[in-house]
Design a protein around this ligand. Structure first.
Ligand SMILES: C[S@@+](CC[C@H](N)C(=O)[O-])C[C@H]1O[C@@H](n2cnc3c(N)ncnc32)[C@H](O)[C@@H]1O
Length: 222
């Protein structure tokens, strides 16, 4: 086994959907303790500005989407997720703001309901960690397809971490996969570049020992 061996996805999509129906109730607390730091840093590095076309894939409870909409009040803000329960939490959260320029819909990252070359920014946080590794090329290719030339993909994933203590989470993912809804550390650089996107920045982030990787990639405009 190599040091950064990506664990197989053990659970079926149906089992994971059932987990998320339950997890939607307390996901924000988990995220506050482990993921918020990386998500905030990814938003800062994204180069977001007002008046552009943005898609977030796998919006979850809408914690990032709310911030995206606040930064882009005069632009187009689209969000999609496969879980009705997570989407419902996201809708409630957006409804509690005064923002109006947003759309949330049900759908899958495998088959995005958007035309080619539509978005300036595509965000995806902590979703690839859930998918079988053999599906990464198809899904990342969808991200690439809907981006405009010159547009940017902003990805945050469960990482392996650069510190020894980060390895604790690899052990949890391996030993108790249900505790993390079968999320596990992944590596995405190879697959991103294989779709023709150019990686412009990567940054590991550790929050309360939990390791994340931020990856920003650009769609070539030729
Ligand atoms: C770990 S949560 C992350 C949610 C959110 N991105 C965040 O960082 O708070 C994973 C999300 O991915 C969604 N998801 C899983 N598979 C998906 C797919 N094929 N297409 C769209 N969303 C998916 C789940 O429903 C869940 O909301």
């Amino acid at each position: 086994m190599t040091q950064n061996y990506v664990l197989p996805r053990k659970f079926s999509s149906q089992t994971i959907a059932t987990h998320y129906a339950f997890v939607s109730k307390f996901y924000d607390l988990w995220a506050l303790l482990t993921e918020d730091k990386a998500v905030k840093q990814a938003l800062r590095l994204s180069g977001i500005y007002d008046g552009i076309d943005i898609l977030e894939i796998a919006v979850g409870t809408g914690r990032l989407f709310t911030k995206i909409v606040a930064h882009n009040p005069h632009g187009r803000n689209e969000g999609i997720d496969i879980s009705p329960e997570m989407l419902s939490a996201a809708r409630k959260r957006l409804a509690n703001t005064s923002a109006t320029g947003w759309t949330l819909q049900s759908g899958s990252a495998y088959d995005l309901p958007y035309d080619d070359n539509t978005f300036d920014l595509v965000f995806n946080t902590y979703m690839l960690d859930l998918l079988p590794e053999e599906d990464f090329p198809k899904v990342v290719n969808e991200f690439q397809r809907v981006l405009r030339p010159g547009g940017r993909l902003v990805l945050v994933t469960f990482g392996f971490g650069k510190f020894r203590f980060n390895r604790f989470w690899y052990w949890v993912a391996k030993t108790f996969p249900a505790l993390l809804t079968n999320c596990r550390p992944v590596q995405v650089n190879g697959v991103i570049e294989s779709t023709g996107l150019r990686i412009v920045q990567t940054e590991p982030v550790s929050q309360n020992t939990f390791p994340s990787d931020i990856t920003i990639a650009e769609k070539r405009d030729w």
